[in-house]
Unconditional design. Structure first.
Lengths: 315, 482
C-alpha cells in the first residue's frame, strides 16, 4: 500500500512539474511583462536608472549613432527599472549583465535613485532590495529566462494565452526599452489625461516621499557602480528632462543634488549631462516620463552630446 | 522559510523521509533540528530569542513543580511571564511605546530628549522576529498550566524545545497547549498511509487557498487600500469585503498546511477555525475565529478577571479585546479594530433579549433571523476591518469616509481586469460552499470520499488550477507579521 502510494505521489509530482514547465515555456515565448526583455541577453552597453530612463532612452538610436565609431561593444540594453535603486543588488545584476571591456554606460540619475525607506540601515536596505524584482532573479541573460518567470513574474501563468496585460500604449522592445506612445491601438492619451495623471503621480510621489530618505548606502553603491563601470568602458551621468513641477519637487528633496553630481563627475573624470533646463523641448505622458517621440528626440540629443565627448576624448 | 516557497518543497519531503526512516528514539532530535533550520532559514540571528524563551520556561516549569511554597511557585511563574512579555515588549512594542511616550510628552510641551537624541536610540531598527507572538504565548500557557497544576513539567529539554518550536506551527500557530501537543510528540507514531494522505490533502487545500484565492483577493485589496480617497465607493466597499475573505483564507490556508504537515507525521494540531464567515452573531464569530488564541485569552485572561467578580464582565471583555488588538500588532489601528469588536459584542449581548422580542413580534422565522444576523456580522466586519488593514488611523478614517460617500460611481473594476474580478467572486463562492458542507476540519473528505476516477480527475484539475491560476508572488502569510 505504501509503495503504490509513494509511486502515485511521485507520478503526481512529475506531472505537476511537467505541466508547470510547459506553461512557463508557453508564457516565455509570448509577451511576459514590460521588464522581461531586460533580462534576456548579455549586454555590451547599458542604460541604467529608474522608470524615467526605462521609458525615455532608446538603445537602438544610441547603437545606430555610435555605429560609425565601431569601437563599442553591442548590444546596448535598457536595464533601467522603476525599482532599480543603487545598491548591492543592482550592482550584482549589472556585473552579471555585461560582457565587455569597451561599453557605453548611461546612468540616469535623480534624487529618486538614492532613496530608501526611512529607518533602514545598509543591511535592511539590502534585505529590502532583495524582495524586489532585481533581487528575486539570479539569471539576467537567458532567453527564454525561466528563472525570471519562476521568481519575479507575479501574475498567473494563464496570461500565456493572451496579452491583455500589456497596456495598449506601451511597446516593450527586445532591447529593454519600454516605449509609450500617445496614440494607442484603442484610444489616444489626451492633454486632459496627461494633466490628470500628472496630478495623481505628484500626489503619489508626495505620499511616498514621506516614507523615504536619502540613503548613505545608495550613495556609496552609486560610487561603487561608477568605479566598476569605468573599468568596463565609458560612463555618462545623465539627468533627464521632465516637467517643471516634478523637477522642483526633486530639487526640494535634495537641494545641492546637481552640484554634488558635478563634483562626483569631475572627481571620477566622467561627463555629467544635465538636461533639466531643456525640459521645455520634451513632452511627458504623465508629468514625469517622456512619451515616445520625445524619448526619441531626447535620445538623439543625448547621443550627439556623447559623440562630441567621445570625439574629444578618444581622438 | 515560507510554506509557499521552493525551499519548503524540498525541506518538507526531506523531513518526512528522515522522520519515518529514524528510530522513534531519535525522531524528536530530527524534528527539533529541522524546526530550528526552518526558523533559521527565515531569521538566523533571532533564533536566540526562541532558545531563551524555551530555556527559561523549561527551567521555570521544573522549579514551579518542585516548589513547596506557593510564593516560590508564583515567583517562577512571574519570571516566565516577565521573560516572555519582556521579549515581546522589546522586539515588538518598544518602538511603538517610545513613539507614544514621545507624542504625549510633545503634546504637553515637554522636551525630555531632543529629536536627535531620541533618534539615536534607533528603536525602529529592531527587527520583529517572525512568530514571536505565537511561541511566547504558547510557552506562557505551559508555565501557567504547570502553576495551576493542570500539567506536569516536561523533564526532557529536547522534547520541550520541540514543543515550543515544532515547525508546522512555529510561526503562525495554532497556539498549542502543552497538554495536547507534548504527549503526542512523545508517543511513538508508526507510518500510516491514511494519515499521510489526509495531511497532504489538507496541505494541498491550504496551498490552493493561499496561492489561488487569498493572494488573488490581495491584489484587489492592495489596490483599494492604496487609494483610500478614491471616488469609487463601491470599489472601496468591495476592497474591504475582499479583505475580510482574504485574511480568513490566508490564515486558514496557513493553518491547513500546518495541520496537514503535522498530520503526515501522525500528529493532530487543533483546528483554528470553525466556519467563522457563517457566524450569525459576533459572539459566535469570536468562538469560531482563531480558536487556539481566543481560547487562550478566555482561559488565561478573561476567566481570571471575572473570577470572584473581580472585574465586571463588560470591563473584562474590553481588557481582553484590548490585549487581542495589541497582540495583532504594535499599532493603534489593531487596538481600535479589536475594541470596535468588543463594543459590538457588548451591544449585541446587552440587546439580545430586546432583539428577540422584536423578532418575535415581527414573527421572523429562525432562518431569516440567521440571515439578518449573518448579514450584520459580515457588514460590520467589513467596516471594522478597515482599521485592521490601514497603515494608520487617518487613512482608515479617509477610507471609511469615502466608502460611504457614494458619489454615484459604480466603478468596481479597479484592477482593469474584469476576468480577475469575476474569478475572485467565483472563488469565494466555491470556497464558501466547500466550507459550508465540509467545515474547516473535513475538507480532505472532498477527495477521500470519491471514486478512483474522480480522484484522478481531481488530481489533474488541481494541478492545472494551481499552475495556471496561482499568483506567483511568494507573499508571506498575513499572520506572519504578528
Amino acid at each position: 500500500m505504501l509503495k503504490s502510494f509513494v509511486i502515485k505521489l511521485v507520478l503526481i509530482a512529475i506531472t505537476f512539474i511537467m505541466v508547470y514547465l510547459f506553461f512557463v515555456n508557453k508564457l516565455a515565448n509570448d509577451f511576459v511583462d514590460p521588464h522581461y526583455n531586460k533580462f534576456t541577453q548579455q549586454a555590451g552597453g547599458l542604460i541604467l536608472g529608474l522608470s524615467r530612463a526605462n521609458e525615455g532612452i532608446s538603445p537602438t538610436i544610441i547603437e545606430e549613432a555610435l555605429a560609425d565609431y565601431g569601437l563599442f561593444d553591442l548590444p546596448m540594453v535598457n536595464f533601467a527599472l522603476n525599482e532599480a535603486h543603487f545598491g548591492e543588488v543592482y550592482l550584482k545584476a549589472i556585473k552579471n549583465k555585461i560582457h565587455t571591456r569597451n561599453g557605453v554606460f548611461i546612468i540616469s540619475i535623480s534624487p529618486g535613485n538614492f532613496t530608501a525607506p526611512i529607518g533602514l540601515d545598509a543591511k535592511k536596505t539590502l534585505k529590502y532590495d532583495k524582495r524586489l524584482t532585481l533581487g528575486k532573479v539570479d539569471n539576467y541573460t537567458s532567453s527564454p529566462n525561466y528563472n525570471y518567470i519562476m521568481n519575479a513574474y507575479g501574475a498567473p501563468l494563464y496570461n500565456g494565452f493572451h496579452d491583455l496585460d500589456q497596456w495598449n500604449h506601451r511597446t516593450s522592445h527586445h532591447n529593454g526599452w519600454n516605449e509609450v506612445k500617445l496614440e494607442g491601438k484603442h484610444d489616444t492619451i489626451r492633454a486632459t489625461d496627461i494633466e490628470n495623471w500628472k496630478a495623481l503621480n505628484m500626489k503619489f510621489y508626495k505620499e511616498k516621499i514621506k516614507t523615504q530618505q536619502i540613503s548613505q548606502y545608495r550613495y556609496e553603491y552609486f560610487i561603487k557602480t561608477i568605479t566598476y563601470l569605468k573599468s568596463k568602458g565609458d560612463v555618462f551621468l545623465v539627468r533627464m528632462p521632465s516637467t517643471y513641477e516634478f523637477l522642483k519637487f526633486e530639487t526640494e528633496l535634495w537641494k545641492s543634488f546637481d552640484y554634488e553630481m558635478d563634483s562626483i563627475a569631475e572627481f571620477y573624470k566622467i561627463p555629467y549631462f544635465n538636461y533639466i533646463n531643456k525640459s521645455y523641448k520634451y513632452k511627458t505622458y504623465d508629468g514625469s516620463h517622456l512619451e515616445s517621440e520625445s524619448a526619441k528626440s531626447f535620445t538623439k540629443e543625448l547621443t550627439e552630446d556623447i559623440k562630441v565627448y567621445l570625439k574629444s576624448n578618444h581622438s | 522559510m515560507l510554506f509557499n516557497s521552493f525551499e519548503f518543497l524540498i525541506f518538507f519531503p526531506v523531513m518526512i523521509i528522515g522522520f519515518y526512516s529514524l528510530n522513534h528514539k531519535y525522531r524528536w532530535l530530527w524534528l527539533l533540528l529541522g524546526s530550528y533550520f526552518f526558523y533559521i532559514a527565515h531569521e538566523p540571528e533571532l533564533i536566540i530569542l526562541l532558545i531563551v524563551s524555551t530555556l527559561v520556561d523549561y527551567f521555570c516549569g521544573i522549579k514551579m513543580h518542585e516548589a513547596k511554597k506557593a510564593s516560590i511557585k508564583k515567583r517562577y511563574l512571574i519570571l516566565s511571564i516577565i521573560t516572555n512579555i519582556g521579549i515581546l515588549f522589546v522586539f515588538k512594542y518598544l518602538f511603538f511605546f517610545t513613539n507614544n511616550i514621545e507624542w504625549v510628552l510633545d503634546f504637553f510641551g515637554s522636551d525630555v530628549l531632543t529629536k536627535q537624541e531620541a533618534n539615536s536610540y534607533n528603536f525602529n531598527q529592531i527587527l520583529l522576529p517572525v512568530g514571536i507572538s505565537f511561541y511566547t504565548f504558547q510557552t506562557m500557557s505551559y508555565s501557567i498550566e504547570i502553576y495551576r497544576g493542570v500539567i506536569k513539567p516536561e523533564r526532557h529539554m529536547g522534547k520541550f524545545a520541540l514543543y515550543v518550536s515544532f515547525f508546522p506551527q512555529l510561526v503562525a500557530g495554532p497556539v498549542e497547549r502543552a497538554s495536547r501537543l507534548l504527549p503526542q510528540l512523545k508517543s511513538e507514531t508508526t507510518i500510516n498511509v491514511n494519515n499521510i494522505k489526509k495531511g497532504i490533502i489538507m496541505m494541498a487545500w491550504g496551498f490552493f487557498l493561499k496561492l489561488v484565492v487569498a493572494d488573488r483577493l490581495g491584489l484587489y485589496v492592495d489596490e483599494a487600500f492604496r487609494t483610500p480617497d478614491s471616488p469609487h465607493s463601491l470599489s472601496l466597499i468591495l476592497g474591504s469585503l475582499f479583505f475580510c475573505f482574504q485574511i480568513y483564507y490566508d490564515f486558514s490556508a496557513y493553518t491547513s498546511i500546518a495541520i496537514g504537515a503535522a498530520k503526515t507525521m501522525g500528529y493532530d494540531l487543533i483546528q483554528n477555525f470553525n466556519r467563522p464567515i457563517f457566524s450569525t452573531s459576533f459572539e459566535e464569530f469570536w468562538k469560531r475565529w482563531h480558536i487556539s488564541f481566543t481560547t487562550w485569552l478566555r482561559d488565561f485572561i478573561y476567566k481570571p478577571l471575572i473570577r470572584n467578580a473581580r472585574y465586571p464582565r463588560l470591563i473584562a471583555v474590553v481588557i481582553v479585546f484590548f490585549i487581542n488588538g495589541l497582540w495583532h500588532g504594535a499599532n493603534w489601528t489593531f487596538v481600535i479594530w479589536s475594541l470596535l469588536n468588543a463594543f459590538i459584542l457588548v451591544v449585541e449581548i446587552s440587546t439580545k433579549q430586546f432583539r428577540h422580542k422584536v423578532f418575535n413580534t415581527l414573527k421572523l422565522s429562525k432562518r431569516i433571523r440567521g440571515f439578518l444576523g449573518w448579514l450584520t456580522v459580515l457588514g460590520l466586519m467589513t467596516i471594522t476591518l478597515v482599521f485592521f488593514r490601514s497603515p494608520n488611523i487617518h487613512q482608515a478614517l479617509v477610507y471609511l469616509e469615502h466608502m460611504f460617500s457614494f458619489q454615484g460611481s459604480l466603478h468596481i473594476n479597479i484592477l482593469g481586469n474584469a476576468f480577475e474580478l469575476f474569478l475572485c467572486l467565483v472563488l469565494i463562492f466555491i470556497v464558501q460552499i466547500i466550507y459550508y458542507y465540509k467545515g474547516n476540519r473535513k475538507v480532505y473528505e472532498l477527495f477521500t470520499k470519491q471514486t478512483r476516477i474522480a480522484k484522478y480527475s481531481m488530481c489533474f484539475a488541481y494541478i492545472f488550477v494551481i499552475v495556471l491560476f496561482a499568483i506567483n508572488r511568494q507573499n508571506s502569510f498575513i499572520y506572519f507579521q504578528f
